[in-house]
Structures are given as structure tokens and as C-alpha cells.
Ligand binder design. Sequence first.
Ligand SMILES: NC(=O)c1ccc[n+]([C@@H]2O[C@H](COP(=O)([O-])OP(=O)(O)OC[C@H]3O[C@@H](n4cnc5c(N)ncnc54)[C@H](O)[C@@H]3O)[C@@H](O)[C@H]2O)c1
Ligand SMILES: [Zn+2]
Ligand SMILES: [Zn+2]
Length: 394
Amino acid sequence: MKALTWQGNEDVRIEDVPDPRIEAPNDAIIRVTSTAICGSDLHLYRVLGPYLKPGDVLGHEAMGVVEEVGPEAGDLVVGDRVVVPFNISCGHCWMCRRGLMSQCETTQVRAEGKGAALFGYTSLYGSVPGGQAEYLRVPQAQFGPIKVPEGVTDEQVLYLSDVLPTAWQAVEYADVPAGGTVAVLGLGPVGLMAVSIAVHRGAARVIGLDLVPERLDRARAYGAEAVDVSAVDDVASHLIDLVDGRGPDAVIDAVGMEAHGSKPAAFAQSLVGKLPDAVAQKVTDIAGIDRLDALIAALKGVRRGGTVSVVGVYGGEIDPLPMMEMFDRGITIRMGQANVRRWIDDLVPLVLDGGDPLGVQDLATHRLPLTEAPHAYDLFQKKDDGCIKVVLQP
Ligand SMILES: NC(=O)c1ccc[n+]([C@@H]2O[C@H](COP(=O)([O-])OP(=O)(O)OC[C@H]3O[C@@H](n4cnc5c(N)ncnc54)[C@H](O)[C@@H]3O)[C@@H](O)[C@H]2O)c1
Ligand SMILES: [Zn+2]
Ligand SMILES: [Zn+2]
């Protein structure tokens, strides 16, 4: 089959790879009909190379049609149309029973000290071949795949794989009080859906911050006041000024480790990307590789006693943080990979609603064949041509 493979720093290619096969009794194979590129894939494209090897198949936002099932794949049958959550979770372990599917104890990658295995996301998360491909092997198929009805478009339901539950969890963790204000830093697909969900769930005021004009416009359309961070000296004090001299009740960091702003950290990241893998992994293990501008703006800009919900991905071991200020200001921080399955029952009625209350169908800016995935990565990374979200069709 054809699949998008990682080959090196900023080098991904379509290659012929062996078709996946059923390997465990609770596996299923799906024929992928749509698969998206995520901001998390950009971290693989540029920063997390030391944890990939040439030929690894990327992608963790896939949906399709079940082609084959193992004998223990639950009630999944050939022909079912399904969306596949990005984390692989069993549904019955101690963590899954408590709604912590991203910490699933059946699939945890213990050798690396990490949580649940993920599709297409490095040796740290199990080196599971990803879904930017014609076919995908889905482990734990008795629990993961979300059945979706015929008669809805792929784009109505595809983002149940990641963007929607991730944004929903970001808003849930932000714990915005009734009549409160939330700021969302980073208006990529995740930040935009967090804006839309915060508005839908009744936040009185939603402020979206980014530096890309098309993304700021889109946030306005979803109901936010938009702030261009490139026109602001100090984002944290700007947020405090904007909201009663106090700051928003909650700030969501939907930017993550590649935040725009810090030149020294950007330089360090690019150096680590060029080191041999073993050395680079050591550097990453003992030092910080993260660009912290967005996170620090969130921690310093939220009001005293407020909540910072971190949904952007970070990977440094000892990132320097303003501990005194965080302690003195009494900040609550919640973070982590989305527990995808946990939020699906909240989201399904909204995506199946013909009125599209979350504006899901306006998210994709580019629809391309899978064979054009290398071009799509370049477009999405550079944010060229108004690119916000790319959906690939195998
Ligand atoms: N926690 C999870 O389960 C989970 C799931 C999916 C994605 N993510 C992470 O969420 C983050 C966003 O994902 P995405 O797909 O929306 O990616 P994206 O790269 O499209 O979005 C990031 C946005 O942040 C903006 N930005 C950069 N620096 C900024 C700054 N200093 N201040 C304000 N905005 C800034 C960029 O212009 C961009 O629009 C990524 O880190 C991704 O890895 C996490
Ligand atoms: Zn994703
Ligand atoms: Zn589990």
C-alpha cells in the first residue's frame, strides 16, 4: 500500500510499504477514507526526529471502513464506518475505567516511561504505524473505533479522532466559571475548536491569540475577540490589561513546544535536530528543548487564582518555569494528552447536528490526495496559502 513515511528532518515521502495484517485477536484493519495532518505531526517533522527512524509511517487522525477483524474485535464488523481515536486504549483497565484513556495501562509504553501508545508517534509512544496511509491496523479494536452512520460526510466526524476531543478537554480542564473569560493562545485547528467549544459552552468572553492573520480571522468567525501577538510587546500584561486589570479566569495554551518568539530556544531546537540520534535523545532527556513563550505568557497572564489548561505538546525534561510567580499567584495547571474516548458521547450529537454548532465543517482549508502529503506538510508548516487544516484522501 501507499503510506506517508518519515525520512529525516523536514523530509517525508510517499512510499510503498507492506499492507498491515491482523497481528492480535483484537486487531482490526481499516481502509482509510480520510486522514488529517496535525500540529503534533509538525513536531515530528522538525523537532522529534531523534525518536523516529526512516520509513516510519506517520498519522494519527484517520477514519475509514473496516476491512477485516480479529476474533476478539468486539462488535466491530466488516463494512462498519469508523473514526479511530489517536490514543490506543483498552477500555477496561484501571485508568480507562476512570476516563484516563491516554494513560491506558494495557498499552502504556513502559520501556520509555510513557502513557498509552499512540498511532504514528515515535518510539516514545510505541512506534505504531500511523494512519496517513491506505490501510491502518487498529489494535484494541474492541474499544477504540467510533462507529459513525452513513449519510454524514467524512469531515463532519473525522476530527473526533483528535482535534475535537482535545479541544473539548482543553475547555473542560480550563474550568471557566459561569460568566467568565477564557483566552486561547494559538489558533491552529486545536485552538480554533477550543474557541468554538468555549463559546458553545457559554463562556462570556473568549479571547483568541495568534500571529497568523487568517487564523485570527477564523477565530473571530468562531466568536472570539482576536489579538495579534506580533503587535503586542508583552502578551501576559496585555491579557491582564484586557480583562479588568486582573486577567482572564483561564488561559488555554494550544501552542506547544514550537512557540514563536524565543530565538535562543529555536536555535537550540534546530541544533538538537542535527545531532546524531543517541546524543540528541540524551540532550532532550536531561535538558529542555521546549520554546516556552506561550506557556509563560499563559502562566503570567491568567488572573490570580486562575487556571492554565495546557493542551499544546511539550517534551523537555527540565524546562525552566517562573515557579515563584506561579506559586504566589495561586495558579492551577491541568494538562496532558486528550483522553479521546472520554469526550465522544459529548461530541457526537454536536457533529451529527445538521446545523454544525461547532463549525467543524469550516475547519479544513485544504483537501488533497494522500500522494500530495509531502507538499501538504510543507504548506501546513509554513501556513502558506491560508492553510489551517489539511485532509488527505488515500
Ligand atoms: N494534548 C493533546 O492531546 C494534543 C492533541 C492534538 C494536538 N496537540 C498539540 O496542540 C498544539 C496545537 O496543535 P494544532 O494542530 O492546532 O497546531 P498548529 O501548529 O496549527 O497551531 C499552533 C498555533 O500557534 C501559533 N503560535 C505560535 N507561537 C505562538 C505564540 N507565541 N503565541 C500565540 N500563538 C502562537 C501558530 O501560529 C499556530 O497557529 C500542538 O502543540 C499539538 O502538538 C495536543
Ligand atoms: Zn492530532
Ligand atoms: Zn486501558
